[in-house]
Design a protein around this ligand. Structure first.
Ligand code: ACO
Length: 333
């Protein structure tokens, strides 16, 4: 049994925040942000837009391209760290898309979420339970957790959703060729958005329970940018090399390098280490910033619809971020 990608789609919020806009609220400049990160603007949720709404749009576009009916989807994976509902957003999304015969669940692995989703989809299809069609959605709205007074982080993030349809196929058509996924829990201190409920808990005094004053809130994103940068430049090329090894392919077979869109300097450094020329590197973070789990399917969707990525092209995709987690997938489009 093989599995392959047969459709993609994406959706972004309507409100654009440019670097110049940000320079009106924190001490920064378009020049500083563009030089250090490559980002020029980002989209953020506004009005009644929701993460679920973006996810539904992205999923519908992927199904349309794949020419698969919602009722033929067996599994919906919503890869997100920022669901509309703490218990998971996949259920609402699959209901709104009309995937009446599917089950679904969320996957939380920050900016590696979409790669984890691809691996999970493949394992479900190859697991022999008769699963044919899996919608993998990468969606995040980190704007909800950004400290908009912290110039070290607020310049980086944007909101978006992207989706792909993974379908079962014969082994000779296999399009998901090699994977690598890793974690380093000790590195969590470098990038986190901690929950207050991790710190306060129920206690008893003289047999009477006393409850924590406030429950279920999260702090803003805290990041040691330099450490995360170093981690990404070190781990991403190694991870792609491992996935290539599993796929039995040399680096020279890569048609497109598609990294999590966090920082243009990270993308360029990884490309240099893998000896991949800049014309084979997909990048759209100038317009969207770091959209976490959405960034890989969002950039893939643009590249496919622009006619850059063509049928049969080999894509080396890699996600990395909070956890710390990182992972790569070698995919034939
Ligand atoms: N505008 C102007 N100056 C700034 C800004 C800003 N927005 N932010 C920081 N500075 C200043 C700092 O205060 C510092 O000033 P000082 O030298 O007087 O102390 C100086 O610029 C340099 O700051 P650094 O933090 O050292 O800047 P650096 O070159 O490391 O760039 C950045 C910061 C862009 C955040 C970079 O470290 C980075 O991109 N790291 C990776 C982050 C990332 O990719 N995260 C991905 C995972 S996200 C996820 O998984 C959810």
């Amino acid at each position: 049994m093989g599995s392959k990608l047969i459709g993609c789609g994406s959706a972004t919020p309507s409100l654009t925040i440019s670097n110049d806009d940000l320079s009106k609220v924190v001490e920064t400049s378009d020049e500083w942000i563009a030089t250090r990160t490559g980002i020029r603007s980002r989209r953020v949720l506004s009005g009644d837009e929701t993460l679920g709404g973006l996810s539904v749009q992205a999923a519908q576009r992927a199904l349309e391209m794949a020419q698969v009916r919602p009722e033929d989807v067996d599994l919906v994976l919503l890869c997100t760290s920022t669901p509309d509902d703490l218990f998971g957003g996949a259920g609402r999304v699959l209901a709104e898309v009309g995937c009446t015969n599917a089950y679904g669940f969320d996957i939380t692995a920050a900016c590696s979420g979409f790669i984890v989703g691809l691996i999970t989809a493949t394992h479900h299809i190859k697991g022999g339970a008769g699963i044919q069609n899996v919608l993998v959605i990468g969606a995040d709205a980190l704007s909800q957790y950004v400290d908009w007074t912290d110039r070290g982080t607020c310049i980086l993030f944007g909101d978006a959703a992207g989706a792909v349809l993974v379908q079962a196929c014969s082994p000779d058509e296999d399009g998901l060729l090699g994977f690598c996924i890793q974690s380093d829990g000790d590195g969590q201190k470098h990038l986190h958005c901690s929950g207050s409920n991790a710190k306060s808990s129920l206690s008893k005094t003289n047999g009477v329970p006393s409850f924590p004053p406030k429950k279920g809130t999260f702090s803003c994103i805290e990041m040691n940018g330099k450490e995360v940068f170093r981690f990404a430049v070190r781990c991403v090329p190694q991870s792609i090399e491992k996935a290539l090894e599993e796929a039995g392919l040399p680096a020279s077979s890569i048609d497109w390098l598609l990294l999590h869109q966090a920082n243009q300097r990270i993308i360029d450094a990884a490309a240099t280490r893998l000896s991949i020329p800049s014309e084979k590197v997909i990048s759209n973070l100038a317009n969207y910033g770091n959209t976490s789990a959405a960034s890989i399917p969002l950039a893939l969707d643009e590249a496919v619809r622009d006619g850059k990525v063509k049928t049969g092209d080999i894509i080396a995709a890699s996600g990395f971020g909070a956890g710390l987690t990182w992972g790569s997938a070698i995919v034939k489009w």
